[in-house]
Design a protein around this ligand. Structure first.
Ligand code: ARG
Length: 566
């Protein structure tokens, strides 16, 4: 509705020849906390400067310019410095419910993005290492943003990028050959990570280990040793294989998977070109960029021995993304600890006059910590995905069995996984990505808090009402809205603006918190109002159905699967 408000204000402003652009006008419109003050408000304070008039007088002039309010509105009233807009709520309810019932899963979708190609790079585990809890956060944010962008009319290419070369591989191979060569290679994320962790622990304690690792690294680089090459290929494939189950559980997929080994060669070439163009220089054998901006410091592209570093590979990757995939926007969702690296990358792209430098965006993802003592990992500081998941699912099962004594085994497995994923993803999405999270298992499962399970529960509750009802005919118009119902309608009306905001800010937390507020209003309604058998059964059933559709669409955009029963 605030589009309509915007239109009204726009016309009035034009009539008065006030010079102000649409985005600014839009940003002034607000939703009053106290709904008795109106459904929307336009405060005039910020125009006082330009117009050299007291805000109240501006409000009065705007009100005059508006004239008769358009049909969707009951009234537009001046109060002090405010123009308050009162919507015809019944009309809104009828139109909105009809729209939701017509559009169903597509309610909220827009064409605004014009089919623009956007690449979203996220998740990015490395081969031969752990997929840990932190990776879940980036994966959840990436998948949600991908869905939000698609819903906003963009064409999204989901990209993954894994480190499959360099020292960490050499350490893994060293440890495997020395201590585990008789074991069969396993397609298990846990087993793969445990060997890496063992390597990291042992290498500093053994005299010759460091030299041995470096020797392996050199051979990996030169590809001269067939046995090492083969082991690398096999174990790399196992790592990749072990992620399949994880991505399936997290309900995500990738259209492209880049690897550091793909961009090594081009990375070296770019580094050398940058020397010629005097953007980089050779310093004690290494190829570096010394930035003018002191905050950016120095960036090493190639080591003294010529090995290509993470930095140079990222230059090649940026180039490949735009050239090969014809994208118009490139989003990087990466751990916040790499913020400096990304700033250096983006600055270098500018220095290179890379024409798409301004189309790259970085979303820093902060840490996920676990309360100490609990859920600590057997394989290092970072808790593994599989260990974490096992514990969550176990906890979820306890709850399900307590609620539903007769649940079948396959149903138990299915529900426990869905509830766990909802609990995890939601707790990671409700915070802005740049804030640290201390994850609490108990809190994330709380059915009464701001949690994923609370949202699923609200959905299941609405479903059960709908399922119990008999045939639901057309929406009849013989109702009047009470406060709770009006609140629900107005909140559902916000959905499109919320998606737009989440998309503009690249921030799913806007949508997560909206889903919570919407569910809270529904639950208040549920407790205070009878649906089945009430005089307003027809209207209320339609309202509940509309709510469950909007919540379903929100949950979809968060990457959370719905359940009919908890
Ligand atoms: N694999 C990297 C790591 O674990 C993250 C990759 C981030 N993406 C990028 N284009 N640098 O640190």
């Amino acid at each position: 509705m605030d589009e309509t408000v915007l239109e009204i204000v726009k016309k009035a402003v034009k009539k008065l020849s006030i010079n102000i652009d649409d985005p600014r006008l839009k940003s002034i419109i607000e939703i009053p906390k106290d709904r008795s003050k109106g459904d929307f408000a336009f405060p005039c304070f910020s125009l006082a400067g330009t117009m050299k008039m007291p805000p109240h007088e501006i409000a009065v002039s705007l009100r005059e310019a508006i004239g008769n309010p358009p049909a969707d509105f009951k009234d537009v009233v001046v109060e002090g410095a405010y123009l308050n807009f009162f919507i015809d709520r019944k009309k809104l309810a009828i139109n909105l419910i009809k729209e939701i019932e017509g559009k169903k899963n597509n309610f909220g979708r827009s064409e605004a993005g014009n089919g623009k190609n956007t690449m979203i790079e996220f998740s990015q585990p490395n081969t031969h290492k752990a997929f840990h809890v932190g990776h879940i956060r980036g994966t959840a944010i990436g998948e949600s943003l991908a869905r939000i962008s698609e819903f906003s009319g963009e064409k999204v290419i989901r990209a993954n990028y894994s480190g499959d070369t360099g020292m960490h591989i050499a350490k893994w191979i060293w440890c495997y050959r020395k201590y585990h060569s008789r074991e069969k290679l396993k397609n298990s994320e846990k087993w793969i990570a445990s060997i890496y962790v063992e390597a990291v622990k042992k290498i500093p304690k053994l005299k010759k280990a460091q030299d041995e690792v470096e020797e392996i690294n050199r051979k990996l680089d030169s590809k001269e040793d067939p046995e090492i090459n083969k082991l690398w290929e096999k174990t790399r494939a196992l790592s990749i294989e072990s992620w399949k189950k994880i991505y399936q559980e997290l309900d995500t997929h990738f259209d492209v998977h880049f690897f550091e080994s793909d961009v090594e060669k081009r990375g070296r070439e770019i580094a050398n070109e940058l020397i010629k163009r005097k953007i980089a220089k050779v310093d004690e054998g290494a190829t570096i960029i010394k930035f003018e901006d002191e905050n950016l410091g120095t960036w090493v592209l190639l080591r003294k021995d010529g090995t290509v570093l993470y930095s140079a590979k990222d230059l090649a990757l940026a180039e490949m993304k735009f050239n090969k995939y014809k994208i118009e926007k490139s989003i990087y969702i990466i751990g916040a600890e790499q913020s400096l690296h990304i700033a250096q990358l983006f600055r270098t792209l500018e220095l290179m006059k890379f024409k798409n430098a301004d189309k790259c965006r970085f979303i820093p993802v902060s840490e996920v910590r676990l309360p100490t003592g609990k859920m600590s990992s057997r394989t290092g500081d970072n808790i593994l995905y599989s260990e974490f998941m096992e514990e969550m699912v176990k906890f979820a099962k306890k709850g399900i069995k307590a609620r539903d004594k007769k649940v079948s085994k396959p149903e138990l497995e299915k529900r426990a996984l869905a509830i766990s994923i909802a609990a995890i993803k939601y707790s990671m999405l409700k915070q802005s990505s740049n804030r640290n999270i201390i994850f609490s298992k108990e809190e994330s499962f709380n059915f009464e808090g701001n949690t994923g399970p609370y949202l699923l529960y609200s959905y299941a509750r609405a479903s059960s009402i709908i399922n119990k009802s008999k045939f639901l005919g057309e929406l009849l118009q013989n109702f009047d809205l009470d406060e709770k119902e009006a609140e629900m309608v107005l909140k559902m009306k916000e959905f499109k603006n919320i998606i737009e905001k989440a998309h503009e800010d690249l921030n799913p937390s806007v949508l997560a918190n909206y889903s919570y507020e919407l569910s809270k209003i529904f639950n208040e309604f549920y407790h205070s109002s009878e649906v089945l058998g009430s005089q307003k059964e027809n209207f209320r059933l339609h309202l509940v159905k509309a709510f469950s559709q909007v919540l379903e669409n929100s949950l979809y955009l968060l990457g959370i699967k719905i359940l009919e029963r908890m």
